[in-house]
Design a binder for this molecule. Structure first.
Ligand code: CTP
Length: 400
């Protein structure tokens, strides 16, 4: 039985080589003063013994649906005293069980019976990770509001290299602290734009760019984790909105502009991540343009700058911009920050970021430049949002 005096973190361990890293995670939580209740699947015990977790957490490890209390209710008792359940490593098989809502062992039953947040740190071979079945399960878990931590890419236990390595214990620790931590944006609305826009040339062609939307969606998730109501205005991307986020899909820059202007009065923060097309074709042909073998010119009209328009409203929300540059990063970015009158701008080299899972960024504000080390986009998004919250609070306190 878990400690009934206080809430605990339930550490679920499933079968995978990374199970040994879960011991380090348990140690970090104990060191930080959390109670930890380890729950292991049969497969996990092929990789690491329960005695390790028992010694680290000071509690007997739960392994059996029909175990300790004798009333067959461990799944209810344990989950009612949990502040969060963290499954690390989460195997492909366990993700599939969670996605289907199956409950055929203690850990999966506990997850199904929970009344608390659930986070998982997937770990598996890169082909298992890339398999459409796993990706389908992943999308479902995200939709169900389960926090996904990692995985990292790199050398794997099987000798192959690619995505599927469990995130390092320190990164999982940080992500869970965020989940459990204070909600500084509670009661606030954050408006986020994400993805590219698509400017039609004719019914089958258009002008767009390489933005995948990953950074914008990560920012939306980080703002949600910080307790905000999040409105996400998204250009065409192949991503599902994180759970609990209000997504409005748009196609063109003009649609994005109109939607942002419609929503902006509700927002205290505006984070403009979208790679908005600066120009659109002056005319969109109603039928497919046929080739003639001769040069073809397109007349382009400038689109509104959405961020600059929001920032120059009489009562603008706190505005955060992004700058995608291909050269002279800091100089160009600082000019953009000043021209658009932004308290915070996130600068990146477009060729190192667009469409990728990881990025290296610099934050520019009135106090100077703050480089963020290379990391996955969600980790960076959490850092950006927490920096923005600091500046936002500072700006509020100055207004008082
Ligand atoms: N942006 C916007 N509306 C536009 C163009 C850009 O809201 N029509 C926003 C982007 O979301 C980003 C910031 O402005 O937050 C900077 O975008 P970026 O494409 O880097 O620069 P531009 O302002 O378009 O300038 P340039 O293309 O000349 O670098």
């Amino acid at each position: 039985m878990p400690d009934t005096q206080g809430k605990t973190i339930i550490l679920g361990v499933t079968g995978g080589v990374a199970a040994y890293k879960a011991a380090e995670l348990a140690r970090l939580w104990i060191k930080a003063g959390h109670g930890v209740q380890a729950v292991m699947t049969d497969a996990a015990m092929h990789f690491i013994g329960p005695a390790t977790f028992q010694a680290l957490t000071g509690r007997p490890v739960l392994t059996d649906l029909w175990g300790a209390t004798g009333d067959g209710m461990d799944h209810i008792h344990a989950s009612r005293h949990a502040e969060v359940i963290v499954v690390a490593p989460a195997s492909a098989d366990f993700m599939s069980k969670l996605a289907q809502g199956r409950a055929d062992d203690l850990l999966s039953t506990l997850c199904l019976a929970r009344a608390c947040p659930l986070a998982i740190a997937p770990a598996m071979n890169r082909e298992m990770w890339a398999n459409p079945a796993t990706q389908r399960n992943l999308a479902r878990l995200r939709q169900d509001g389960i926090m996904i931590i990692g995985p990292d890419a790199g050398e794997q236990a099987c000798g192959e290299t690619g995505p599927g390595r469990m995130s390092e214990p320190a990164a999982i620790f940080d992500a869970v602290e965020t989940l459990l931590g204070p909600k500084p944006l509670s009661g606030k609305t954050v408006l986020v734009t994400a993805g590219p826009t698509f400017e039609p040339v004719d019914p089958v062609r258009g002008l767009t760019n390489l933005s995948s939307g990953k950074m914008g969606y990560a920012i939306a998730q980080a703002a949600k984790e910080a307790g905000a109501r999040v409105l996400l205005v998204s250009g065409p991307v192949c991503l599902d909105a994180p759970a609990g986020i209000e997504k409005i899909s748009v196609t063109t820059a003009q649609e994005m502009f109109a939607t942002v202007m419609h929503c902006v009065n509700d927002a205290q923060l505006f984070i403009s991540v979208a790679a908005v097309a600066d120009y659109r074709p002056a005319q969109t042909a109603t039928q497919k343009i046929k080739k003639t073998g001769k040069p073809l010119s397109l007349e382009l009209l400038p689109n509104e700058d959405i961020l600059a328009s929001v920032a120059s409203l009489p009562k603008p929300p706190f505005c955060i911009g992004f700058a995608a540059e291909t050269e002279n990063l800091l100089d160009h970015a600082e000019v953009k920050r000043k021209t658009k009158k932004l308290p915070l701008l996130v600068a990146n080299l477009a060729q190192n970021v667009l469409g990728r899972d990881q990025a290296e960024l610099v934050l520019l504000d009135d106090s100077g430049n703050h480089p963020l080390a290379k990391a996955d986009k969600l980790t960076l998004a959490r850092q950006i949002v927490s920096h923005a919250i600091e500046l936002f609070n500072l700006s509020k306190s100055r207004q008082i």
